[in-house]
Each structure stands twice: as structure tokens, then as C-alpha cells.
Design a protein around this ligand. Sequence first.
Ligand SMILES: O=C(O)c1ccccc1NCC(=O)[C@H](O)[C@H](O)COP(=O)(O)O
Length: 203
Amino acid sequence: MRIKICGITRLEDALLAEALGAFAVGFVFAPGSRRRVDLEVARAISEALGPFVVRVGVFQNQGPEEVLRLAERARLQVVQLHGQEPPEWAEAIGRHFPVIKAFPLTGPADPGWAQYPAGTLLLDSKAPGSGQTYPRDWAKPLLQTGKRIIPAGGITPENLEEVLALRPYAIDLASGVERAPGIKDEAKLKALFAKGRIWNPGV
Ligand SMILES: O=C(O)c1ccccc1NCC(=O)[C@H](O)[C@H](O)COP(=O)(O)O
């Protein structure tokens, strides 16, 4: 299973996530986030990680120029748009970085979201980074659209199975493996990857 650990602000957490087998780490640059990371810190962590961990930047309603500047300076590889960004912004950013577009679920996912110009869609709760969740079957209308789907929102080591049952492209979590916003919890991270590793998708 591909697991993205989001809200990384400390090198030790990033290195632990890498050692445990994380596919990706996320740096939150969204204004007002409790996990907002300093640009130079993100860059230092990016440079310290090995080549096979994807560095994702999370942005919210920040224009393409700002996103591209931060992504380049922090040595990011993927951009995640987590606000109400118009499709033109995703197209402009997508000429430089793969784009993940996040949508908040307040009911079943809208199949029309598959038209958004991003190859991968992240289905979050209506309160990003809060640990809030939603009925996982709300993701189903998008599973057959050909888009890569990443469920997020309130995933923990304890409830991992129900989201993995969707057989998603990847999963994303932040607060479920933290002891405080932006500070990861070693025991929770270990529990998550121990469970994620033994899961057999039956492919
Ligand atoms: O985490 C934040 O503080 C945040 C703030 C603003 C926009 C996005 C944010 N996080 C993005 C993520 O990808 C989180 O991992 C996702 O919302 C799930 O969070 P959680 O429910 O805590 O696992």
C-alpha cells in the first residue's frame, strides 16, 4: 500500500516515515495551517531524504506563481491543491509538477470531479488535517473513473482496514499518527506501517 504521511515539520519524523516504508511525505504550506512548515526546513528535509520518497507540497488557494516558487525552492516533486483552485491554476502548475487535487466530502463524491485537470484526486473530510472522517463508501462514485484516488480524513492505525477495502491508489493521513499538530508519534507510525504492510489487496 502506498502511504503518504502528511504534515511533516521535523527531519526525524520524515526519516522515520522513510525507514518504515512511506511512499510520500507531505509538507503543508497552506496559510493558517497548524502544520505549516518553514520553507527552509522543508528544503532541508527534502534534501536529506533518499531518492525513493516522493516530496509533496500541500497548498491552499495560493496562485501558480507562489506555488511554483515554493515547490522549486523546497525541492518538491508533487503539488497537492487543497482549496478552491480554478482548473487553470492546476493546468499551469501541471506543466511543471504532477498535481493532486483535494476535494472535501460532505456527501458522496461527485463523478464530475474527474474532469478536473489533475491525474490524482484526494478525497478529504470537510476539515483538512482535523482527523474528521466520512463514510468511506462516499468515495465509490470516483473509483471507476480512471483517476487515481487517495482517500484521506481521519485515517488511523485502528481504522485502516475500512479505507484499504476501497483498494485505493494510496492513502493519506496526518493527525492519525501525531501526538501534536506537525509532531509525529513514533508508536503510531510503527503501528500504521505494521498493519499496512501485512494488508493483501489480492491483486
Ligand atoms: O493538515 C493540515 O493542517 C492542512 C491544512 C490545510 C490544508 C490541508 C491540510 N492537510 C492536508 C492533508 O493532506 C491531510 O493529510 C488530510 O487533510 C488528512 O488529515 P487527517 O484527517 O488529519 O489525517
